[in-house]
Design a protein around this ligand. Structure first.
Ligand code: ADP
Ligand code: LRH
Length: 466
């Protein structure tokens, strides 16, 4: 099978093989992804992604199936002929500024949370659609990015459930579109296509000799969490660490308390009806944007220098809104340190150390809050995604959380993608436990014990200028 996994920083096509004791991935094609600024707006190059996807699938050779997952929330609008209306806009575009407040005047945050269970993020699909204004009049159908590519491959229209759950237009308890809510905020329900479950065979790809296209957990985080190599019966938390750190727990039903709302936790739908109770932590985006500002690609060198720098010398609230938009992150870090009465980091190694310390601190806060809000213990934290390669981050996360970190696999999203495809195509993988057992059997993880180093409680107090 081919797993097409489109992350915010890179896209990849992986060839996956699944059997009774086999789960292997081979990278066929990798291509950069990111925002394209054109005029006043920030876009995705969605046609470029489609072209790379087609080329990657063709390069993968004979296949039994293909599945597509990508980052969440963003979408294309189709006219009644099925043609794309405008280029999909990047979630870091500023068009939603002020929109959450405007929507809040019509539907309270409490009510929105009650229905959708979603964290308030300015780029939730609901807010992006409200920001479209009159442009929605011309639209017939909304397709999230993986559904858009699936449509181009197969001609079939639908909304895969795990990604639909990130729109803030999906009723997390009824597991349907929140049609009343959409109407109240001025989003025409005709835009919302029929829902499909992960594991549905959508149809043959016309340009690829009829290759079956399978709806997987099309939200990359849903696919990544499906492949977390947790032991059965353990109290595990996960961090899907890439552009974002998606840090939290897997639950069987949503947690919609006032406390969860106040803590800004999300309840996204996972594979097999699970709930991803997590917070979007700003993630390695801040680090990659810092490297971009410095025009360097020497991540290993900078991380080695940061590891040799003094720890917890300065920390920032990495989740603060000023780190969301593209720009000069080192300058924003200096400003945030000054605003909280801390001496700003001097030199590149100290800046990188500040970012990684701050990210580990945000991991600690998210994991601890997830545990206390859901009344569950956490004995181990699994880190999957590109961040599992960052030894300093894994080590500091173990220290900050005070429990062991198990790092890997790096390509968890692609693994979750092929596992769900394999099941749809007849492989005996009855549940998530069976999928995770196969990941454990076939993939090494790296263990980091907490060292007891660092006063993380005091560091947390410094975020508030204390
Ligand atoms: P996304 O899917 O959001 O595009 P990934 O899961 O691919 O993100 O993770 C990308 C991140 O992984 C990079 O921003 C980088 O910080 C980290 N990373 C990748 N390779 C390495 C490496 N060799 N050492 C440390 N970190 C790495
Ligand atoms: C990670 C991710 C995350 C979303 C964000 C927009 O790639 O899908 O789960 O919140 O992108």
């Amino acid at each position: 099978m081919a797993a097409v996994d489109l992350g915010a920083s890179s896209g990849r096509v992986m060839a996956g093989t699944v059997g009774p004791s086999t789960l292997a991935l081979e990278e066929v094609r990798r291509f950069p992804n990111g925002g394209v600024r054109a005029g006043p707006a920030l876009y995705w190059d969605v046609l470029g992604l489609y072209r790379e996807t087609l080329a990657g699938i063709r390069e993968a050779g004979p296949l039994d199936g293909v599945g597509i997952d990508s980052w969440a929330v963003d979408y294309g609008l189709l006219d009644e002929r099925g043609a794309l209306l405008g280029n999909p806009v990047h979630y870091r575009d500023t068009r939603t500024e002020g929109v959450p407040a405007q929507v809040g005047a019509k539907v309270s945050a409490r009510e929105l949370y009650d229905v959708t269970g979603l964290q308030q993020l300015p780029f939730n699909t609901l807010y992006q659609l409200v920001a479209e204004g009159d442009r929605l009049d011309a639209a017939d159908t909304l397709l999230l990015i993986p559904d858009l590519l699936t449509y181009w491959l197969t001609g079939e229209i639908g909304a895969e459930r795990t990604n639909a759950s990130t729109t803030q237009l999906y009723d997390v308890r009824a597991r349907t579109w929140a049609v009343d809510l959409a109407t109240r905020v001025g989003i025409p329900p005709r835009l919302l296509p029929p829902l499909r479950d992960p594991g549905t065979v959508v149809g043959p790809a016309r340009e690829l000799s009829g290759l079956p296209v399978v709806a997987v957990g099309s939200h990359d985080t849903a696919s990544a969490v499906a492949a977390v190599p947790a032991e059965p019966g353990t109290n595990f938390a996960y961090i899907s660490s890439g552009t974002w750190s998606l840090a939290g727990l897997e639950l069987t039903s949503p947690e919609l308390s006032d406390a969860a709302l106040a803590a800004n936790f999300t309840n996204e739908g996972g594979v097999d009806g699970t709930i991803r109770f997590l917070r979007n932590v700003m993630g390695l985006w801040v680090l990659s944007e810092t490297l971009r500002t410095w025009s360097t690609s020497d991540l290993p060198g900078l991380l080695a220098a940061a590891a040799a720098s003094r720890g917890l010398a300065a920390v920032v609230d990495i989740d603060a809104p000023e780190f969301l938009a593209p720009g000069d992150m080192p300058a924003r870090i200096v400003a945030a340190c000054r605003a909280t009465g801390q001496r700003p980091p001097e030199g590149r190694a100290a800046v990188v150390r500040c970012i990684v310390d701050s990210l580990a601190l945000a991991h600690r806060r998210a994991i601890r809050e997830a545990a206390s809000l859901s009344g569950r213990a956490v004995d181990v934290v699994h880190i999957v995604g590109g961040g599992a390669r960052n030894e300093l981050l894994c080590r500091l996360t173990a220290d900050a959380c005070g429990v062991p970190v198990l790092a890997g696999p790096v390509e968890a999203a692609a693994l979750g993608n092929v596992l769900v495809q394999a099941r749809a195509l007849g492989e005996d993988l009855p549940d998530l436990a069976a999928m995770r057992a196969l990941v454990r059997e076939t993939h090494e993880v790296r263990r980091y014990e907490p060292s007891g180093a660092g006063d993380w409680t005091a560091a947390e107090a410094r975020l508030a200028g204390g």
